[in-house]
Design a binder for this molecule. Structure first.
Ligand SMILES: Nc1ncnc2c1ncn2[C@@H]1O[C@H](COP(=O)(O)OP(=O)(O)OP(=O)(O)O)[C@@H](O)[C@H]1O
Length: 330
């Protein structure tokens, strides 16, 4: 599939929408002070972020963090209680009609006709666009060519997801919303989708995706917003987030509730040692051979056997764990 995108030309539309196109340097998506409540639940508690064109932003967070609510507000399906959202310079609710053809929304099974064939569905979506991508090319690129005569209800979950992605992209959107785009896909299908999303970005498309998958966020996203209980707990590129605060770190497992006072006194001043989850210990700072010896010497002194001892750079999973004391995975 290497040269297909080039052969097909740019994925984005050549049509300039005049006044409604954000100015040079203005983000494709701008969110300020976003708040959404459902009764007593504050699903989104004041989010701020920008998504420039040609970038991939991943919203990362545990179940109930407010990712889907945020995306649905940006898509114009739900109104916020407070704050401002600008999509391609427009209001996603008031200007919904003008935005429809310029944004791509990957619906989770919604809107599908169970009896319709995959190819028919994609061609129907293409018919709504003035300048669609070639549906056959998209089906081939997403590994769906052999399934195009299969009815939607007989597609596997992963095939249904890829068809939903194809429908979201066929109209050459400038901004794409992908809510858990590779959920239920096997490793091969996931790679096809990641490759296509990377090519969209290279072509200037802005992509907002939500995911539970660390490798998806680390490999694909230019920027990551980690949210919990509807608020930002960390933001930055995957590299920034995983290197922030420590060149590397030392983790080990030991009995719950060890008194770390002595360890803190024997480590250099700017090192931190904590127990982010019961029985898991973390020493942050430059882990030199001397620091490692200090930690194991302390273990010997208090007669504790440290297991799973590892020195490594942090993953996004570790970042979330350290910030909230909870696992990111469901
Ligand atoms: N329509 C609704 N009515 C009432 N509560 C809602 C509604 N939609 C979302 N919520 C609540 O708002 C909070 C955020 O939900 P949301 O679906 O946005 O989180 P999420 O991060 O997308 O989670 P998941 O990964 O499980 O999809 C949760 O507590 C959820 O129960």
């Amino acid at each position: 599939m290497g040269g297909d995108l080039t052969e097909r030309g740019a994925v984005t539309s050549d049509h300039d929408s005049g006044d409604h196109t954000p100015g040079r340097g203005e983000p494709a998506l701008r969110v300020r002070g976003l708040v959404k409540r459902f009764g007593a639940t504050t699903a989104v508690g004041g989010l701020d972020f920008d998504l420039p064109r040609g970038r991939i932003l991943a919203l990362l967070g545990p179940n109930g963090a407010g990712k889907t609510t945020t995306v649905e507000i940006c898509e114009g399906f739900t109104s916020p209680d407070d704050g401002e959202v600008r999509v391609l310079g427009l209001d996603p609710v008031a200007d919904n009609d003008r935005l429809r053809s310029r944004i791509g929304v990957m619906l989770q099974g919604g809107g599908a006709y169970p009896g319709a064939r995959a190819g028919e569905m994609l061609r129907l979506c293409a018919a709504y666009s003035a300048d669609p991508l070639d549906p056959d090319w998209l089906l081939r690129t997403l590994g769906l060519a052999d399934a195009q005569r299969t009815s939607y209800r007989r597609l596997s979950g992963g095939q249904q997801q890829r068809l939903a992605l194809a429908c979201a992209l066929v109209g050459r959107p400038e901004l794409v919303f992908l809510d858990e785009p590779t959920a239920g896909m096997d490793a091969h299908a996931r790679l096809l989708v990641w490759e296509l999303i990377g090519r969209l970005r290279d072509d200037g498309v802005a992509v907002l995706l939500t995911t539970h998958l660390m490798d998806e966020a680390e490999d694909l996203a230019d920027d990551v917003l980690i949210i919990d209980h509807g608020v930002t707990v960390a933001a930055g590129s995957p590299a920034e987030l995983t290197s922030r605060g420590a060149e590397n770190e030392l983790r080990f497992t030991a009995p719950v509730g060890l008194d770390l006072t002595l360890l803190r006194t024997v480590l250099p001043e700017d090192y931190h040692c904590t127990e982010p989850t019961p029985g898991t210990y973390l020493v942050s700072g430059q882990v030199t051979p001397q620091v490692l010896a200090t930690v194991t010497g302390w273990c010997a002194k208090i007669n504790v056997l440290a297991t799973n001892l590892r020195v490594e750079t942090r993953s996004l999973e570790d970042v979330f764990l350290d910030l909230t004391g909870r696992e990111l995975r469901p």
